[in-house]
Design a protein around this ligand. Sequence first.
Ligand code: 5AD
Ligand code: SF4
Length: 361
Amino acid sequence: MTMIPSLLDKNSWNKEDLITLLKAEGPEMEMMLQRSAQTRERYIGNKIYLRGLLEISNICSKNCYYCGIRYENRKIRRYKMTLEEVEKAVRFAYEQGFGSVVFQSGEIEAQPFTEFVTRAIAKTKDISGGRLGITLSCGEQSDSVYRQWKEAGAHRYLLRIEASDPDLFKKLHPTDDKHNLHRRMEALRGLQRMGYQTGTGVMIGLPFQTLEHLANDLLFMREFDIDMVGMGPYVMHRDTPLFEHRHEVPLLKDRISLSLKMIAILRLMMKDVNIASTTALSAIDPMGKIMGMKAGANVIMPNITPAKFIGNYNLYDNKPYVDLYSNASRLTMEKEIENQGFKIGFDEWGDSVHYRQRTGS
Ligand code: 5AD
Ligand code: SF4
């Protein structure tokens, strides 16, 4: 036996402890996942919250080396949904009892886009009589834009830091003003200060990434006192610069187990945060999302983007697509979750308990 069982009995972990935990394998890894599931059950219960994910636009001004919708990828058709299309999808999410929607997009800072998101938020409030929760994931914006969206009714924001280590961040992004880790952290801090439930996350199993980087990512999330986390495996995309380094990427099975361990350890460290089981997990294993939930995640983001846009929002290759507008596949998804002993939080916002504790709200 290694040190894992005794480490699991601790309540606070330093970087070395986290690296050891990230190395857990076989029965010890199982023990860790179980401990995480117990922690989730005890602190936030067994509910899984649904957020209907709407990819409202794939227009992006950035050039992240790993991402399929980066500015320089000319192979995809750029789109922005119309307000009517957003309205239709939001109505659908509401009728299905999804509880919340997430508006996600590429990153652009432009007045018409700001206005479009503001109107989409207002429309969502309107359609649902204020009952649908609204999360945004529209990248780095100025504080005044964040404020405008908050005033319109958004209350959660996801801004992944992608990699909290400055050197690793530089290997994944061009070195210019648009891709600046410090600026990204400041944006995240701005969101938190403004009163958003604030979410971040990283990719797992990137070329050049070490266990020490991942341990530091976990410490970053704790130090930042983050409310929500979405993290999942890096998945290659053939039309991106990082594809050149495909031979330096861990095996699929290792990326999955590393992602599950990251979720489990984060759950042990930050017991009452919301953790999403991400789509990228399902991209490399059909059971990925379920495994993420069993490892401690309590949120999923079923994709409700209209079918005609889906192929143009491939952040990575083999992005899975389940047509949730079909009753049969939606019920299958719900059954799969319930068969694992979880309850779906229909019609609930499923706010981060951590946020409530942190802000006393
Ligand atoms: N693999 C996995 N996740 C990716 N993202 C972008 N490209 C990839 C990829 N190739 C993630 C980033 C971004 C989120 C919207 O999608 O973390 O923040
Ligand atoms: Fe744009 Fe986000 Fe992709 Fe970077 S990760 S290229 S900011 S959509």
